[in-house]
Design a binder for this molecule. Structure first.
Ligand code: NAP
Length: 485
């Protein structure tokens, strides 16, 4: 007896992927699993990103599990609080709460060759697992920019994913750095209360109308009582979003959507100088397309100043721009995104020979179907390399991966196998396919820098095409692509 707990599956993270994995295991009659969660609550990115105005930029009816449709969403685009409530309710309903080990941060997970299992060291002790599912998500660790002097700032500074709710911004001079999906949601919320808002824009984003609406009692009634209506609405929304792939694959077709975005800008910003500064200079879709109806109206307010000069340095009570202007600042909010290609968990997972996933992924991350990496037996990375979407619900991709992983577990049980490991050849062939599919898309031909690209300039984050193709590829586990022993 070693005294070390042994489970069949250890899942890292309790966001949409981790909870989805736990629920699928439970529904298949597998109860021998744990979910290791570093925080004291579940929800992943929907727990951490509780900044004012945080809501989903994908319509609510497609942003839920297919097995747990929610006819009760209150808005076309659900708020963070509502999504978190949905995740909590779903975890309770499917009985997975008792499997979650809160405040268990994974410090290291190492493949133990002799025991043929993963030795997972957490902040609260060790657990061995036959299968390890890394479900930490690509948007979990904030990216803090290296700005000279930032550490010495004497005011308040925080990242949008670690919002300081204990700090009142009322009447303050605030600098917001970044104009991505997060910033465009919280800027309209804080603008009315701050004294002065200096918004540092490095690249102007494309913003299209959101057309959000409160779901009426009649709609709720229909969704509740008309058979299959939530599924029909979900399906209609899925296909409406999916057709956008045509534009991603044919950048010239993006000009139609660009016209809509320019019209949106013209309608909401009368000042031609401001409008010019807010007009993007790259093809729409090359970075994430932003949806908002209240971002531009906030920027035209008298207390807002759009700064297009770079931040040169931060001093104890001010921010200095590249042209030498010094702005007195009380608080700095970093809307600067996440560590996507250099996620810290990759440095903590050690496969065969002690090599970390981060080392295997240098200079560019690769995995078979975004899930399996040669040299890392019995490991699945949820929303791993090349499985992100710029156009549709990530829950669809997550559920596709869950189908595949469940198929793998069934195969292992049926064959009495202890380990599976993707063949290097299958992984390389898959990545050559990705490379070929990426050619000519808006991400490679659109001439812009985005978090989709890694330091080599390769798009190692997005799935380059139709999401239903990914669903078809993951429908069944393929033992021939793996060494099953
Ligand atoms: P982001 O899209 O990566 O945006 C980061 C912003 O910070 C960009 O404007 C970037 O400018 C700027 N920036 C980064 N480093 C900088 C520096 N050193 N100096 C000046 N500016 C800098 O991050 P995010 O807004 O947090 O969103 C990340 C992703 O989260 C989104 O793409 C989306 O997938 C997801 N998200 C989803 C929702 C939703 O569904 N509700 C909401 C928020 C976020 P450049 O453009 O020049 O790089």
């Amino acid at each position: 007896m070693t005294g070390v707990e042994h489970v069949r599956v250890a899942i890292i993270g309790s966001g949409f992927s981790g909870l989805g994995m736990a629920i699928r295991l439970k529904r298949s009659g597998i109860h021998d699993f744990v979910v290791l969660e570093r925080a004291g609550d579940l929800g992943g990115t929907w727990r951490d990103n509780d900044y004012p105005g945080c809501c989903c930029d994908i319509p609510s009816h497609v942003y839920s599990y297919s097995f747990e449709l929610n006819p009760r969403w209150t808005r076309g685009f659900a708020s963070q609080a509502e999504i978190l409530e949905y995740l909590r309710g779903t975890a309770v309903k499917y009985g997975v709460l008792a499997h979650i080990r809160f405040n268990h941060e994974v410090e290291e997970a190492a493949w133990a060759e002799a025991a043929q299992c993963w030795a997972v060291r957490t902040t609260q002790g060790r657990i061995d697992a036959q299968i390890l599912v890394s479900a930490t998500g690509p948007l979990s660790d904030p990216s803090i920019p290296r700005i000279p002097g930032l550490e010495g700032f004497q005011g308040t500074v925080f990242h949008s994913a670690r919002w300081r709710h204990d700090h009142d911004l009322t009447g303050e001079r605030v600098a917001v750095i970044g104009t991505g999906a997060s910033a465009i949601q919280f800027v309209p919320q804080i603008q009315p209360k701050v004294k002065r808002l200096h918004l540092f824009q490095r690249t102007a984003p494309w913003v299209i109308p959101r057309f959000d609406h409160r779901i009426t009692p009649l709609e709720h009634w229909l969704l509740r009582w008309i058979p299959f209506s939530p599924a029909i609405v979900r399906s209609a929304l899925y296909w409406a979003l999916e057709v956008r792939v045509v534009g991603f694959k044919n950048p010239k077709l993006m000009s139609g959507a660009e016209r809509v975005a320019r019209w949106h800008l013209r309608r909401q910003v009368a000042n031609p100088v401001l409008r010019r500064a807010l007009t993007p200079d790259y093809t729409l879709g090359c970075k994430r397309i932003l949806v908002s109806d209240d971002y531009y109206p906030a920027l035209v307010q008298a207390n807002v100043d759009l700064v297009t000069d770079a931040v040169k340095e931060v001093r104890s009570r001010s921010v200095v721009t590249a042209n030498g202007t010094e702005l007195e600042i009380d608080s700095i909010i970093l809307g600067t995104g996440f560590k996507v290609a250099d996620s810290p968990i990759a440095g903590r997972i050690r496969g065969r020979g002690g090599r970390t996933l981060a080392e295997a992924w240098k200079p560019s991350m690769q995995a078979y179907l975004g899930m399996s990496v040669a040299g890392f037996p019995n490991l699945f990375t949820m929303i791993g390399p090349n499985t992100g979407l710029g156009h549709n619900s990530m829950v669809f991709m997550i559920e596709s991966q869950l189908n595949y992983i469940m198929g793998c577990l069934e195969t292992m049980s049926a064959r009495g196998s202890g380990t599976i490991e993707v063949r290097q050849q299958a992984q390389s062939a898959f990545n050559s396919e990705i490379e070929a599919a990426m050619k000519g898309t808006v991400w490679t031909a659109g001439h812009c820098h985005s978090w989709y690209l890694d330091s080599t300039g390769r798009n190692s984050t997005l799935w380059p095409g139709w999401s239903f193709r990914f669903r078809a590829r993951t429908r069944r586990f393929e033992p021939v692509k793996y060494v099953v022993s």
